[in-house]
Design a protein around this ligand. Structure first.
Ligand SMILES: N[C@@H](CCC(=O)N[C@@H](CS)C(=O)NCC(=O)O)C(=O)O
Length: 201
């Protein structure tokens, strides 16, 4: 397998964490976003949206990080990353969609409009709305994690992995995660895993 990604990209890191959990060898190919490599014809032939990550598994090409997570979990069912029964699978899908549709994009908006974009292009209102959405999701996660080690199952699943890269860069965006004790304890459990240590150092 080959993973096309960019080191600082949370969406790429989500897939890297999953590949490390699965413990299958893979080749990491850096697509340098700062040099615009993701918009060049060679990469667009793999991913027409020109975004990272993209996974290439033999002749199969797959983009969208959460879809890649589900593919990897389905390919290696013995790792149990996609839950053990329909109820768990439904719960995992729920959290994956919540992250893909709400949490990740909201955090990306905060990042863009407070750090990434040149000052004259930043829109405080967009940053504020993103911040409100991120805060909402943090509260929902905190509530969901009360009395639980992992979001869905008795063990780590894709649901836990999916949120990790967004949460890892939340402090840089000014979010104080210590206000959420259950979420913080859960994040510490994830940080203790060899997969996290390998990707985040
Ligand atoms: N929904 C996509 C988002 C991918 C995405 O936006 N990746 C960012 C890096 S974290 C990117 O490639 N940005 C470059 C661009 O949009 O031009 C996924 O989860 O894979």
């Amino acid at each position: 397998m080959k993973l096309y990604g960019f080191p600082m990209s949370p969406n790429s890191r989500r897939v890297q964490l999953t590949l490390e959990e699965i413990e299958e060898p893979y080749e990491y190919v850096t697509v340098d976003l700062t040099k615009g490599e993701h918009k060049q014809a060679e990469y667009l032939a793999l991913n027409p949206f020109g975004r990272v990550p993209t996974l290439v598994d033999g002749g199969y090409v797959l983009w969208e990080s959460h879809a890649i997570l589900q593919y990897l979990a389905a390919k290696y069912p013995e790792k149990g990353l996609d839950g053990g029964n329909p109820h768990e699978k439904g719960e995992i899908a729920k959290w994956l969609f919540a992250n893909a549709a709400h949490f990740g994009p909201a955090a990306a908006r905060v990042f863009a409009h407070t750090i990434r974009l040149p000052e004259e292009q930043r829109m405080p209102r967009v940053a504020e709305e993103g911040r409100a959405e991120v805060t909402k999701v943090l509260g929902v996660l905190e509530e969901a994690l009360k009395g639980k080690e992992w979001l869905v199952s008795a063990r780590l699943t894709l649901a836990d992995i999916a949120f990790t890269p967004t949460l890892a860069f939340a402090p840089m965006l000014g979010f104080d995660l210590s206000q959420y004790p259950h979420l913080s304890a859960w994040l510490d459990r994830i940080r203790d895993r060899p997969s996290y240590k390998k990707i985040y150092g």
